[in-house]
Ligand binder design. Structure first.
Ligand SMILES: [Zn+2]
Ligand SMILES: [Zn+2]
Length: 276
């Protein structure tokens, strides 16, 4: 895995991409404008995490991805995060951020730790809304730890992230030779791993006839890769069609595809940060 295949920690690029998509796709403007505030917070937070971890570690081995949270690094930033969400989120989320801000820090710790232990693995019933605060806050921390974790070479196709065990959020097609190579992007640590093209990441179906691909006119670089066997689908950003796309951000703009897939009876294995 190379730096370009890590899902990106370049928050400025994410913010610029959100701005561009927001002006092109008015149906997603509200979501993307909110996301820009999240990404701006995450950018500063990520720099703080890196600075504090550098001071602390001094030659000690980096912690494993799901090792316990370093609350001395994280907690001082949580109130600021909640107030960012309260100011910029849609009403229901803003309210839940406000309610969280009134709770004692023990409750913050419990909520963050619960997310950290189960995210992407045992959280199918939790839903994006209930996870939002912990997920948006801890995403830079998970990405930071993932960047410090050695990536072993892979010889088999695995359906969960080889670094942290979480399920994939989505697929990414990257230019390779005359066509594209498919990767899956982790829903927890944002790392990518290579995955066969004709293969359902949910149930393992490999019959091409059972794996239809749909592309909407509005978003020609995003594929809905469905599976007739398990009725789940994976959204895949096709970088061979749009090399400027940033998968995590383009996925947030793909609201019409969520509605379409829902009508067709397909479910998504892991919702994105904003629940679409
Ligand atoms: Zn992962
Ligand atoms: Zn399937």
């Amino acid at each position: 895995m190379t730096a370009t295949q890590t899902g990106g920690t370049d928050y400025d690029a994410r913010i610029r991409r959100a701005e561009r998509l927001s002006s092109e796709h008015t149906f997603a403007t509200e979501f993307l404008d909110f996301y820009k505030h999240i990404a701006a917070f995450q950018k500063t937070f990520r720099a703080n995490i890196a600075a504090s971890s550098g001071v602390k570690s001094r030659g000690a081995p980096a912690p494993g991805l799901r090792d316990p949270l370093d609350l001395t690094v994280l907690l001082p930033h949580f109130r600021g995060f909640l107030s960012t969400i309260e100011q910029h989120a849609p009403p229901a989320l803003a309210k839940s951020a406000h309610q969280m801000s009134l709770l004692p820090s023990d409750s913050w710790v419990a909520s963050l730790q619960a997310y950290w232990n189960h995210a992407g693995k045992y959280d199918q019933q939790v839903g994006a809304f209930a996870q939002f605060l912990a997920r948006a806050f801890l995403q830079p921390y998970a990405e930071f730890r993932a960047a410090q974790t050695p990536h072993a070479p892979m010889f088999i196709t695995v359906r969960v992230c080889p670094l942290c065990g979480a399920r994939p959020l989505m697929g990414v097609l990257r230019v390779e030779g005359d066509s594209g190579k498919r990767f899956l992007l982790c829903s927890f640590c944002s790392q990518e791993w290579e995955f066969r093209r004709i293969h359902c990441p949910t149930c393992g179906e490999q019959a091409e006839g059972k794996l239809p691909v749909y592309v909407a006119e509005q978003l020609p670089h995003i594929r809905v890769e469905a599976c007739e066997t398990c009725k789940f689908y994976v959204r895949t950003v096709d970088l061979t069609k749009d090399g400027h796309a940033i998968p995590l951000v383009d996925d947030l703009a793909a609201i019409p595809l969520t509605l379409w897939a829902h009508e067709k009876g397909y479910s998504r294995l892991q919702p994105n940060l904003l629940g679409t």
